[in-house]
Structure formats: C-alpha cells, structure tokens
Design a protein around this ligand. Structure first.
Ligand code: IPM
Ligand code: MG
Length: 376
C-alpha cells in the first residue's frame, strides 16, 4: 500500500533539510516494505516573490487529500504580504486552521552525546534520559485566533487589539490529546510517573480559568495520570531547573510557542527540535526552526530536527493506519538518529562538529537498513 505524502520544502534551509528527510523515507521504503508517493509543492517567501501567491493553487487541496504532510521551513526576511505578515506564514496557518490541526506536539528529548545549550557547567546535571518530555500546544485558537486589528486614529490614539479566544471544544480536545499521549509514554524521567502538567495563567485570565477547569474535567477520565499545575511564568523556571520532573505539559497557543523554543535549549538547540501539527484527520510535521536564510545554500545546518519530524510522521501514520511496519520504521529512524549522535563522528556545527547537512542525512539513512535487518 502506498501512502501519499505532500512535501513542502519551503524557503532558506528548508529544501536542504527536506532532501535529508527524503533520503530517510527512501531507506524506510527499502527496508520496511512500505511505499510513499511524494508530491512536492513550492511554498513560502520565494514563491511569493516569484508569483504573488504563497503556494500554488491546489496545494492546499493536495495536502487535504494526502496521508500526511512534511514541511521544511517557510519565510524570508523582508518578504511580506501587503498586511505586513511574513510571506509563507499563511501556508503554516492555512494548514493549521484549514485542516484543524489542533494539537501542536513538540517533544523535547536530550539524546546521548548532545550538549544542551545553556552552560557547560550544567552538563553533568542533565544527562541524557533526564530530559524527555512533550509540550502539547493548542494550535487553532488562543492569541492566534485571527480576530485582531488596528484602529488608526493617528498619534497617541492609535490602537491594536488581539483576541485571545479559548473555547471549551478547543481546550477539551487538546487536553485529551495530552492525557492520551501520557498514557502511551514511560512517565517523567525522575520518577516514572505519568503526569500531565496544565500550564496556564489561571491566576489572571478568564480563558486560562476555563482551560484549567476543563483540564480537571478531562483528568478525571485518567486516574492513572498524575495531575500537575503550573503558571506559565513559573513553569519556564521549573522546566530549566528540573526538566526530569516533566512527562507531558499542555498549554494554550502562544504560551506553547514560547515554552517550546525555550525547551529546545534543553535538547541541544533548534537543530534538534521537531514538531507535529496533529488533528483528527490530518497532520503536518515540521522542524520547529525557521528557514535560517543566513545558513542557506551552505549545506551546513543540522537535518536532525527534520529527520525527527519525519520519524514523528511515520509513528503517527502507523498508528492511524494500524500499520505495524510504519511504526517499526519510526522506531528504527529514532534508533538511527540516537546511534549517530552517540557515535558522534559526523555532527553539524551546532552540535560542535564540522559535518555537512548532507553527510549527516546520508549517515542516518544508511543506518536504517542495518537496524531493520537486525530487528527482523
Ligand atoms: C512556530 C513558529 C510559528 C508560530 C510562526 C512562524 C508563525 O514560531 O511554529 O512555533 O508562531 O506558531
Ligand atoms: Mg515558535
């Protein structure tokens, strides 16, 4: 059975990391007896400059018809739409809102031999295995609800407003996603406890009060998962101090946006951080880094975030289609990444090495058939 994948390489370093993801997909095809029909589409700032549209007609419909979507990165400096938005961001939001991808799932895991990006002094404290949590970010409402605007009365009367919408439906489904995810995991590294942390600002905002109330309702369906609460400000501090205490955290849109960039520091930086935008019927997977134009065309960025996004896609699709081969492939891809890092021979600059992006991708892809053979 062939799965249909839409590939959106995008701008800057997006196409470079996507090439490495494609090597991994080929290795998976060869080793696990699954097949992928891939449909690439241009999208982003460059495409906007060339055509006046952020992506081609029909691209969204193809995404909707596909089994899954992989995105590299979109956006170029100073390439904006007439309303001031960065060109290409409409693609990301078009998918998140248009396909109702309500859970933005961002794992933070520190792999062997990867230094987190704070200060070397902390290296001994945070051993691999001690950082292994997932932040589940609400992805379709909150401060990102497109209900905003300016009122230009000139001078000091100028006004801008953003609406932070929290709905019962939006909160309920993402919180339930977080609890389901926790039941499938090993628990927090510190004590093996399945724990879902509700991250909010319910000491102040109405939306967060509703979010926390719904969290409690949903939590009562999961007696095996420990309840935990944190205000977003304190959460940021605790996350840095004791990452091992966390299993899954669930939060509203903009808090999740901020917390996940911070969390990436604990896993070796943005070059290691992958995410899935997941709904009930569709999903799009992406590295959470941007298009980093200053590194573009140099074959020097870390493709591992993109490869781990591909790994998440294989796992999601395997569960959705009840296809054991895909799930085994997902396990093998993660193993290949883990071994590659443990070996530490070909690392990109962000991990302290000198390897090319393409070398890292090739090495990880080459390890997949060997892992498949051993587990067969
Ligand atoms: C992310 C990004 C996006 C977001 C930007 C590019 C709109 O920061 O995926 O975290 O804010 O969601
Ligand atoms: Mg972000």
């Amino acid at each position: 059975m062939a799965y249909t994948l839409v590939l959106l390489p995008g701008d800057g370093t997006g196409p470079e990391v996507m090439r490495e993801a494609v090597k991994v997909l080929k290795a998976v095809q060869d080793s696990f007896g699954v097949s992928f029909d891939t449909f690439p589409f241009p999208a982003g700032g460059q495409y906007y400059m060339d055509t006046g549209a952020e992506w081609p007609d029909g691209a969204f419909e193809s995404c909707k018809a596909a089994d899954a979507i992989l995105l590299g990165a979109v956006g170029l400096p100073d390439v904006s739409l007439p309303n001031g938005d960065l060109a290409g961001v409409g693609v990301v939001f078009g998918l998140r809102f248009g396909l109702d991808l309500y859970a933005n799932v961002r794992p933070t895991k520190l792999y062997p031999n990867v230094l987190h990006k704070v200060h070397e002094h902390f290296k001994q404290v945070w051993e691999p295995g001690k950082v292994d949590f997932v932040i589940v970010r609400e992805n379709t409402e909150g401060l990102y609800t497109p209900a905003r605007g300016f009122l230009s009365r000139g001078g000091i009367d100028e006004l801008a407003v953003d609406s932070r919408i929290i709905t019962r439906k939006g909160a309920e489904r993402v919180i339930r996603y977080a609890f389901e995810l926790s039941t499938r995991r090993k628990g927090a590294p510190s004590d093996g406890t399945h724990r879902v942390t509700c991250v909010d600002k319910s000491n102040v905002t109405a939306g967060c009060k509703l979010f926390r109330r719904i969290y409690d309702e949903v939590a009562s369906d999961y007696p095996g998962v420990h309840r935990d609460y944190a205000y977003i400000d304190a959460f940021q501090q605790w996350l840095l101090r004791s990452p091992e205490a966390y299993d899954v955290a669930v939060t509203s849109n903009v808090f999740g946006d901020i917390a996940t960039d911070l969390a990436a520091v604990l896993q070796g930086g943005m070059g290691m951080a992958a995410g899935g935008n997941i709904g009930d019927a569709h999903a799009m997977f992406e590295p959470i880094h941007g298009s980093s134009p200053k590194h573009a065309g140099k074959d020097e960025v870390n493709p591992i975030a993109m490869i781990l996004a591909t790994q998440m896609m294989l796992d999601w699709l395997g569960r959705r289609k009840k296809d054991a081969a895909l799930r085994e492939a997902a396990t093998a891809v993660e193993m290949a990444v883990e071994r590659h890092l443990a070996e530490g021979k070909a690392l990109t600059y962000d991990l302290g090495g000198k390897a090319r992006c393409s070398e890292v991708g090739s090495a990880i892809a080459a390890a997949i058939p060997k892992i498949a053979k051993r587990s067969a």
